[in-house]
Design a protein around this ligand. Structure first.
Ligand code: SF4
Length: 402
């Protein structure tokens, strides 16, 4: 790879170190050191990542038209960062516990498809009454409602829960879901793939080894997944480096990751932050560097780095698109998890505003499929008004309180 930077050192970053990271030859300490970069050194890393992005992906900024359907916010787990899960009806109207019926899920799928969505992303809490057949029913409801829609659903935790409750190996359960219409999985519930952090952040959740086993099984049966990292809470730079290397190693083994999605910790309503036990999220410098270093450390393994506008806002996503990211994810509707944690963004993207902010950089917005295929005759910004109109209706048709 030939980055347009002078040879030797640039802002106290050795270019050889960036070349080594991009070739998959850097270790944990070398990658962790990059996260400490400031000033000219940080700018050199960002420029290097931007050049890699241009070489691998070109200038197009991709997005998928999708709808997030969080079918329940009731959850038996106790993740210390989660402001989304509810366990009782005492939380007040805005945060009332709910569980969507199969009929309501189908209605939302049909409405999304009618508005131009090509994907529905289905995730929720681990409801105590849910078992493996519940996830199958959710899948079938979505697929029957609109057979052409891409069903991107169920975190590795939900897959494990469904398989366990049916007494099935994970692989067998994934095959059943596949037959019901499941087409890919979100690589959520990863948080930080380091068990010392997970022991404090999400002690009753999957271990790193268990998360990797579900993802490996999904890739093995032909279900692609995304990969995520949630950063800026209890974690350190060496944890971030470790996470990137773990993801890279699995991708080299399976090739099943479609993208890497950095998710900055949204702290405002997060219990662990409210009680003073966590950082308030990553700094701006760390957010931008995470996208840049992910681009470099995953080079040759994962081609797509997503800037989550839901977490970052349009301005933040634009900055990350100039630091190695090439995708902005979904034009979401009903993204309730980030908003529950206090994020100001997360209903539906103002594509026109993002398009305008990218115009000066000559970065055209291009609609893609979930698996990064290009869509012929994809709608332009002006055609997305139906999605925005639907968002308005959703405010009045939230889930059924249980
Ligand atoms: S992050 Fe997921 S598993 Fe953890 S408490 Fe929240 S909804 Fe439940």
């Amino acid at each position: 790879m030939a980055a347009p930077l002078p040879a030797g050192r640039c802002g106290h970053v050795r270019l050889a170190a960036l070349d080594a990271a991009a070739a998959g030859r850097a270790g944990e300490s070398e990658i962790a050191a990059l996260f400490a970069a400031r000033g000219d050194a940080a700018r050199a890393i960002i420029a290097y990542a931007d050049e890699l992005r241009r070489a691998v992906c070109g200038d197009a900024v991709t997005y998928v038209v999708n709808r997030n359907i969080n079918y329940t916010n009731i959850c038996t787990y106790h993740c210390s960062f989660c402001a989304f899960s509810k366990t009782s009806a005492k939380a007040g109207l805005r945060d009332a516990p709910y569980r969507l019926s199969a009929e309501e899920i189908a209605r939302r799928v049909q409405e999304a498809a009618a508005a131009g969505a090509t994907e529905v992303c289905l995730q929720g809490g681990i409801h105590p009454a849910y078992h493996g057949d519940t996830y199958r029913e959710i899948c079938r409801a979505a697929k029957t409602a609109h057979p052409a829609i891409h069903i991107h659903a169920f975190s590795p935790l939900e897959i494990t829960h469904g398989a366990t409750t049916l007494g099935l190996p994970v692989t067998d359960f994934l095959r059943l879901l596949q037959a019901d219409g499941l087409a890919s999985l979100p690589g959520t519930a990863a948080e930080i793939l380091c068990d010392d952090v997970r022991a404090r952040l999400c002690p009753d959740k999957l271990s790193t080894r268990e998360w990797l086993a579900v993802i490996r099984a999904a890739h093995g049966v032909g279900l692609p997944t995304t990969a995520t990292i949630m950063f800026g809470h209890l974690d350190r730079y060496d944890h971030w480096a470790q996470h990137l290397l773990i993801v890279r190693r699995l991708q080299e083994e399976t090739g099943g990751f479609t993208e890497f999605v950095p998710l900055p910790f949204v702290s405002m309503q997060a219990p662990i932050f409210v009680r003073g036990a966590a950082r308030a999220g990553p700094t701006w410098r760390e957010c931008v560097l995470m996208h840049a270093i992910a681009r470099i450390a995953l080079h040759g393994a994962i081609g797509n780095i997503q800037a989550s506008w839901v977490k970052l806002g349009v301005g933040g996503a634009s900055a990350c698109l100039a630091a190695g990211a090439n995708d902005i994810g979904g034009v979401l509707m009903n993204e309730s998890i980030s908003r529950a944690a206090g994020a100001a963004h997360g209903q539906s993207l103002d594509v026109a505003a993002l398009s305008a902010s990218l115009a000066h950089a000559a970065r055209p917005l291009t609609q893609r499929t979930t698996l990064y295929g290009r869509l012929r005759g994809a709608p332009g910004c002006e055609d997305l008004s139906a999605l925005r109109a639907m968002r308005g209706r959703e405010v009045q048709s939230s889930g059924r309180p249980t």
